[in-house]
Structures are given as structure tokens and as C-alpha cells.
Design a protein around this ligand. Sequence first.
Ligand SMILES: Cc1cc2nc3c(=O)[nH]c(=O)nc-3n(C[C@H](O)[C@H](O)[C@H](O)COP(=O)(O)OP(=O)(O)OC[C@H]3O[C@@H](n4cnc5c(N)ncnc54)[C@H](O)[C@@H]3O)c2cc1C
Length: 425
Amino acid sequence: MKVVVVGGGWSGCAAALAAKKAGGDVVLLERTDLLLGTGLVGGIFRNNGRYTAAQEAIEMGGGDLFDIMDEVSRHKSLNFPGHNHASLYDVNKIEPYVRTLLERNGIEVNLMNRMVRVKKYAKTILAIITDKENEFAGDVFIDATGTAGPMGNCLKYGNGCCMCVLRCPSFGPRISLTAKMDIKETMGQRDDGTPGAMSGACKLNKATLSPQILEKLERDGVVVVPLPEKIDKSSVLGKKACTQYALADYARNIILLDTGHAKLMTPYFSLNDLRNIPGFENVRYEDPYSGGNGNSIRYLGIAPSDDSLKVLGADNLFCCGEKAGLLVGHTEAIISGLLAGHNAVRHVLDMQYLQLPTKLACGDFLEYMHGQMIKPNGLKVRYSFSGSTYFERMKQLGLYTTHNEEIKSRVAACNLSNIYSTCLV
Ligand SMILES: Cc1cc2nc3c(=O)[nH]c(=O)nc-3n(C[C@H](O)[C@H](O)[C@H](O)COP(=O)(O)OP(=O)(O)OC[C@H]3O[C@@H](n4cnc5c(N)ncnc54)[C@H](O)[C@@H]3O)c2cc1C
């Protein structure tokens, strides 16, 4: 039973692990020389409702990636404006841990293999072919190629290539497996209807901060520096992909988080503006290199899928992560990847697909997001356990909790304890 996962971001890694544990023989393809995709520059997890979602995944037997994130966290139980009990994994350390985990589980990881073509019969994918002319045949496929870039899109809908971690000039552009099956994809929208959204957070090189700011950042995990009155960032907050940070505090202050780099939570600071702020006189961007000019454009290729994450319009294709909807976040990518990987194996075994119940935050999240995306203006919203509309809903429905025993009982009551670590074969 051969499962081929295309894309090695958080969602693809989670899908590969879940498919392997369910009994599949799994191959993972990634176009760059590193796993984790946009997860290489993120780091924030367990903030607000992401805590509940991560614990649900752990109780369902899908905790391996969260264990690694916890292990390489620089700071835990951190509070910063609008966000409680966050952890920050070290973005510089995490990738080899994940790669080793996948390989130890017997997953064949193929880096620098960019899917460029498909072999298909009617609506069934037979094999995919990479830019190296390697052919990977499979019984079932998972599209985890994300929605960021490539350069042409960043030029058309953003401020040009900002030289982000996806490194399209070196490794070639993102190519969607769903699109290769001639299935029409959806684009997210900004408030004015422009397609996509610009990624928000940039990373500053820590060594270029003043010693006082650096010391506080490394000690506390967070630094809040009030902005001079003449700099007002309120107009840019709504443009960010991560609407959970569109709060007044992020317009009036510079908020830095220690993820290994100094993560700058408010976007679009020109280098000159930044260097006029005390403590930032010598500052440089670490990611993206042209962070003073813009960031990557995302949400440009979302596959039509149902709540089991089966792609509509293809017989043997599942999707996860940003490919599966307007979701934002590592946690959101992982919980969808686990489901897609598990259901891919169920597909080959001709079993009923798993659909997560709405009594769990993970199930309610997927159903709510898919339902909202077909409503008027639904494509203008991004969905995350950590804030914005979905976190409000979580609280209203009583789904948000940080009590591990309660989460364990909820998962058990749904008969889903360890479902993702159960071999189906
Ligand atoms: C700057 C930035 C900061 C962020 N910070 C945070 C944060 O702190 N916390 C948080 O929770 N979320 C954060 N996010 C959001 C989060 O990173 C994403 O929502 C999530 O990780 C998406 O995962 P994914 O697997 O869906 O996609 P991606 O991470 O985009 O991964 C897709 C992968 O597929 C590969 N790929 C594409 N096409 C092909 C192909 N044809 N063949 C082979 N491989 C292919 C790509 O190279 C990439 O590795 C941040 C995002 C950005 C951009």
C-alpha cells in the first residue's frame, strides 16, 4: 500500500507519519533541501486554543511532532498581547529532529525532488514525476504543497520576491498536485478582494539588536517596545495573513519573540523606520532577507476538499495544511495532516473515512472552516485556534480548555484515543 506525500511542510510531515502508523508504505517528496516549509521561520505554538488542539492530537496518538516542538522550545508558558501559554520552538534547531523522526519511522524522505507532472488515468493518479525525472507510483497521494508563492505570485500580488525561506529561485516554484489534476483551486482574498494575503512576521538578526534588548529577549522570550508616535502601524495589521495578531497592541508597539531569531510580530517596517527606534539602530532582517520590503504571498491555491480531507474531483487524492483551507499555523497544519494521512490508508483499505466529531476542537475547526469558505466574504477570513473568529467560537462552544485530563476524556468519549497510532492493516 504505497502512499505518496508531496510537500514536506508541517502538514506533509504529519500526513506521512499518520499514514505510516496506519500501515502504509510512505514516500515523502520535498522540493527544497529542508523539511518544514514555512515552519522553518515560525515557532509559536500552544498559544490560546492551539493548546487544546495539540493535546487532542496527542490523545489521538498523533503527538510525535508536538513532542519534538516541546523538546526544542526555547520558552514555554509565555504570555504576550492577546496570547497566553505560548511555547516558542527554536526554528534553527527543529528540522533535523523532524527528519530523523520520519526516517526512524521508516518513511522514505526525498529532498530536492519537486513534483512537476502526474501520470493519471481519468481521475486516478498513477504516479508523479519530479524535476529530476524520478517517478513515484502510488495507490494514494496527498497534496501538502502549501499555498505560498511562487515568485510570479509574490510579484503579482505582493512586493516581489522577498527572498523568503521557501527559496524559489534556488529550488523552483511551488507546484500544486491538485492543479496538475486539472481541479480548480480557490484563492483566499484580502478585504479589498485582492487574492491571497501577505505573510506577517519577519525575523530580525539577534546580533544586530542592542545588548539590552537582546538580553531581555533571551531571558523573557518576549520584548515589547512602544513605537514613537509618528509611526502608526494600524493600517497594515488587517493585511497580515495571521489575523490573530491584528490587535491594537501590535500597531502601537514592536513586539519581539525569541524563536532563535528575533521574531518581529508587526509587518512591513522599512529598515530605515526600524533603525530610527532606540535599540534597533543597527538592525538587519534575517528572514525574509528583504523583510523591509514585504513578505511571501499565501493562500493562492486551495484544493476543494470535504471534512475527511479527500480532494473533490480526484479518486485517490487527499490534502492537508494550507492546501486544505484558509487555515493558519503549524498546529492547524499538523492536525489536518494527521487526518489526511490516516484517511489515505483507509481509502486504500476501502474503509469508511474518519471524520473528526465536532465535539472535538479539531473536528469543529475543519467543519467550520470549510462551511465558512463557501459563504459570502468567507474567503476573506483566515482560521486559527489561536485567535480571531475561530478562537472566539472555541470559547463560546466550550471547546477551549488547557486541562489535559478533560481533553483526554473528550477524546476517549469520542472513541478516538490513539486512533492515529493504530495500524489499520
Ligand atoms: C513568515 C511566517 C511565519 C509564521 N509563523 C508561524 C508561527 O509562529 N506559528 C504558527 O503556528 N504558524 C506560523 N506560520 C504559518 C505556518 O507556518 C503555516 O500555516 C503552516 O506551517 C503551513 O504548513 P503547510 O504544510 O500547509 O505548508 P508549507 O509550510 O507551505 O509547506 C509546503 C511544502 O511543500 C513544498 N512543495 C511545494 N510544491 C512542491 C512540489 N511540487 N514538490 C515537492 N514539494 C513541494 C514546499 O517546498 C514546502 O516545504 C508562519 C508562516 C510564515 C510564512
